[in-house]
Ligand binder design. Structure first.
Ligand code: M6R
Length: 613
């Protein structure tokens, strides 16, 4: 997830770009850059300075500012290519006449890059984006206008994009285009603007338009023409923004946690994007493990902390079913101080949103020293873990600001399941048809999660009824068990209420003694072979006086009848069920925390990234 901005027709173009980039930093800050353009030429400044990228850019750009009235800017969340100045946007074509900024992923960039290099182009970065500048360069050489050149190129690329493109041939013009990634445009007085999100433009205009998929906008000073990819002129519906800037930074949501819960379908789609080729082969290109390496694996060990550990536990069920290999999942702080037995052909998978959690990092180092192949599932490009592991599998959830992990957890489960299917594909433990079925199921999870999120009101009503409760147990069986652990962690973390997660079958081995009237038991009883057994456990706690909240699949009246309160979710295959069953549990924790007047984004005593033991 990156942020883009553009302006034409302004005496303050540079200030508008820099102010906008500051407002877009929540979308990533691995690097930042601007291009300013007029009849004299293109001036480009790029900085890769981590969290300070935009601030440093502001310090150094005055030298490049000669009052140019137009420009484009970018703040980067690295996906393809390290966070570095070389990979920072804007990117140029070979001649330096075309510059562009991009948010999204160009899925077929590798094949396009190979063709461009063979045709004599020189690529100056490791990004997926740069190919677009060179494709536009070639299209312009055929005599097309910039708009037509962009239109032609967009027909040939796959993936997601929001683009701003400028060219020396027509320096007042910015061409904007969108597919999947968000893009808004607006014009006021003699100026026209584009940006990834509303906060970037709110100080300039409150009257905006949202570009739709496959629409292209021509921005000239004070005027905008929008066409479809086929060249038909259209008028996007106007949007008048009434929020203030602070609210707008959270996209109109009350807090980052709510925003990030709502971003889960996008996180799932972005994590899946470009990872299956036309032949149905799963492509995890930064894994750096050959098919022979994957065939040689004899055991899998997952190491992680907190919510990432829960994602690893979900993966265990899928890995064992699909790969038919022994799988262990360890809390990293335990693994690193044990003497774990790792065979020569062990695969150790670190799972970490930040890629910096010290216990997971040390556990991975220990595994590496013992000769195992070590990979990491990380949301942050070029994190310490990504640098130290043999290979990386990135989740593409975008930056997560709320301390409570939400969208990154579902993205981790999706990424781990892709890994499991890849290994099963190479080892032949699943047939091509079975792989295709599982991939289709994974592909449908975004829509299912969106449906679950839309039921927030129902969850809020249940939370309001239980606002005075102080003791919570979360129960689940099979993949419902890690879901229960995650539900309990979310509740503890942001509401400061006591919550325990347990496998349903363990109750009678001790915890049942604690159950009494006043206790709330949240039971995950969605589909799967263990549902009836789960409902027996529910009967056990009910008979001891607990109040029961059941998470059940749509249409399961029988299960629903066992609960005092019911949270319904759409059904999904059992190995993927946690991806959607976790949603009402996130919302339940959220509403209980809000009812207690707590800051859900910054819970006490906790930090987003834990780099101390
Ligand atoms: O960055 P990591 O995924 O390695 O972080 C691990 C845990 O600290 C993290 O998941 C933590 O448990 C979350 N705050 C839970 O919401």
């Amino acid at each position: 997830m990156c942020g883009i901005i553009g302006v034409t027709g302004s005496a303050d173009a540079l200030d508008i770009l820099l102010d906008g980039l500051e407002r877009l930093e929540y979308r990533g800050y691995d690097s930042a850059g601007v291009v300013l353009i007029d009849d004299e030429g293109i001036s480009r400044v790029r900085i890769a300075d981590g969290t300070h990228s935009v601030a440093t850019l502001r310090k150094v750009t005055p030298e490049a500012d000669h009052g140019q009235p137009a420009g484009i800017g970018h703040t980067r969340w690295a996906t393809h290519g390290h966070p570095s100045e070389r990979n920072a946007h804007p990117h140029l074509d070979c001649s330096g006449h075309v510059a562009l900024v991009h948010n999204g992923i160009i899925e077929n960039h590798a094949e396009i890059a190979a063709e461009l290099v063979a045709a004599g182009h020189t690529l100056a970065s490791d990004t997926d984006t740069e190919v677009l500048a060179h494709l536009i360069e070639d299209a312009l050489k055929t005599g097309l206008s910039l708009t037509e050149a962009v239109r032609r190129v967009l027909r040939d690329v796959r993936g997601a994009f929001a683009l701003g493109v400028v060219s020396m041939d027509d320096p007042e013009l910015i061409v904007a285009a969108r597919r999947v990634s968000p893009l808004i445009i607006g014009a006021l007085g003699g100026q026209s603007f584009l940006a990834s999100d509303i906060p970037a433009l709110l100080e300039r205009t409150r009257d905006l338009m949202v570009l739709d998929d496959d629409q292209i906008a021509e921005l000239r000073p004070g005027s905008i023409v929008v066409t479809t990819i086929d060249g038909v002129v259209v008028t996007p519906p106007p949007l008048h923004v009434t929020w203030d800037v602070e609210a707008a930074q959270m996209g109109g949501f009350d807090d980052f946690m709510t925003k990030e819960i709502h971003e889960q379908p996008q996180a799932i789609a972005d994590t899946l994007r470009g990872r299956v080729d036309a032949d149905g082969r799963i492509v995890l290109d930064q894994l750096d493990l050959s098919d022979d390496d994957l065939r040689a694996i004899t055991q899998v060990s997952v190491v992680a902390c907190g919510s990432s550990f829960h994602a690893g536990l979900v993966a265990k069920y899928a890995f064992e079913r699909w790969m038919r290999l022994p799988v262990e999942v360890d809390i990293a702080s335990e693994f690193r101080y044990r003497d774990p037995v790792l065979h020569e052909n062990a695969l150790v998978v670190g799972v970490s949103q930040s890629g910096e959690t010290v216990d997971t990092l040390q556990a991975m180092r220990k595994a590496r020293e013992s000769g195992a192949k070590v990979i990491v599932v990380s949301n942050v490009v070029d994190s310490s873990m990504a640098r130290e592991a043999h290979g990386v599998l990135y989740t593409h959830a975008g930056p997560e600001v709320g301390v409570a992990a939400t969208k990154t957890v579902v993205a981790q489960i999706v990424a781990l399941e892709l890994l499991g299917l890849r290994i099963a594909q190479v080892r032949g433990t699943l047939s091509a048809d079975e792989i295709a079925t599982e991939l289709a199921a994974l592909g449908s999870m975004g829509a299912i999660v969106a449906e679950a999120i839309a039921r927030d009101d129902a969850v809020a009503r249940v939370a309001a009824e239980l606002a005075d409760a102080r003791e919570f147990f979360f129960l689940g069986r099979g993949t419902g068990y890690p879901t229960a652990l995650e539900g309990a962690l979310k509740l503890k973390e942001i509401s400061y209420l006591h919550a325990e997660g347990y496998p349903g079958g363990e109750l009678k081995h001790g915890p049942l003694a604690v159950i009494e009237p006043g206790c709330v038991v949240v039971a995950v009883a969605t589909g799967g072979p263990l549902k009836e057994k789960m409902l027996s456990n529910v009967a056990e706690v009910k008979s001891r006086g607990a109040t029961v909240v059941l998470v059940v699949d749509d249409g399961d009246a029988l299960a629903a009848a066992s609960g005092d309160y019911v949270l319904r979710v759409p059904a999904a295959p059992v190995l993927m069920a946690p991806i959607k069953d976790v949603v009402p549990l996130q919302q339940f924790a959220y509403h209980l925390a809000r009812a207690r007047g707590l800051d859900v984004d910054r819970p006490r005593n906790l930090a987003k990234t834990v780099t101390v033991e």
